[in-house]
Each structure stands twice: as structure tokens, then as C-alpha cells.
Write a protein that binds this ligand. Structure first.
Ligand SMILES: [Zn+2]
Length: 118
């Protein structure tokens, strides 16, 4: 196993933008939670995810912020799939996004072109 195969590029990163079904989504941070939107929210007309940095003055920890990103990204994916009923099923969204987050957090990656031993 070489150093490259130990790379975990997803473990400490949240994208600024990403694409789902040809649509660019943006991710922004806001200092304070507002309304009843939990730790984050996604809006579809503008394809924007907002992640809150604090709730009631208490900073939101890194792990929660990353999980919230995957939760909102799952909503964006389901919206793009036209899966409105599934998208409103918060139990499904929470479970699926948690599993996706775990996969991304634990993934070790190849650099394309270096995946086959010479
Ligand atoms: Zn949700």
C-alpha cells in the first residue's frame, strides 16, 4: 500500500459547489441559525445549501456540520430525481445521508491512473 492509497480527501472538506443532474448547487455558511431549519437547509429554486455555524450562540461542531451537508445534499439529489415523497421522509434522508457520510469519511482513494500496480 503506497502513500497515495491512504489519501482521504473527503474527510475534512465541504464543497463550495457541486453538480446534481446538470445543476450547479452552492454551499454557503451563515453565522446563526434562523427559523426552524435545524443545522442547515436546502432551497431548490436557487439550488443553495445553507449551513449554520452556530445555534443559539453555540458553535456547531465539525462532525455535525459535515453530516448536515450530506443531509441537505441528499435532499438535493432526491429533488433532482423527482422523488418528492421520499424527499419529505426525514427518517429516510437522515439514515441514507448518515451512511453516505460514513462512506465518504472512511474512504481511501486512488489517484486515477495509479490504481493498477505497474
Ligand atoms: Zn431534512
Amino acid at each position: 500500500m503506497n502513500k497515495r492509497s491512504m489519501n482521504k480527501p473527503f474527510s475534512n472538506e465541504i464543497p463550495k459547489t457541486f453538480r446534481v443532474a446538470g445543476m450547479t448547487h452552492t454551499v454557503v455558511f451563515e453565522k446563526h441559525k434562523h427559523g426552524d431549519s435545524g443545522f442547515g437547509e436546502v432551497t431548490y429554486p436557487d439550488n443553495k445549501i445553507v449551513l449554520f455555524a452556530a445555534m443559539d450562540g453555540v458553535p456547531i461542531c465539525r462532525d455535525q456540520m459535515i453530516q448536515t451537508f450530506w443531509h441537505e445534499a441528499t435532499h438535493a439529489i432526491l429533488q433532482a430525481m423527482g422523488e418528492g415523497e421520499l424527499n419529505r421522509n426525514e427518517k429516510f434522508v437522515c439514515c441514507f445521508s448518515s451512511l453516505l457520510n460514513e462512506l465518504m469519511q472512511s474512504a481511501e482513494t486512488y489517484l486515477i491512473g495509479e490504481e493498477v500496480e505497474q
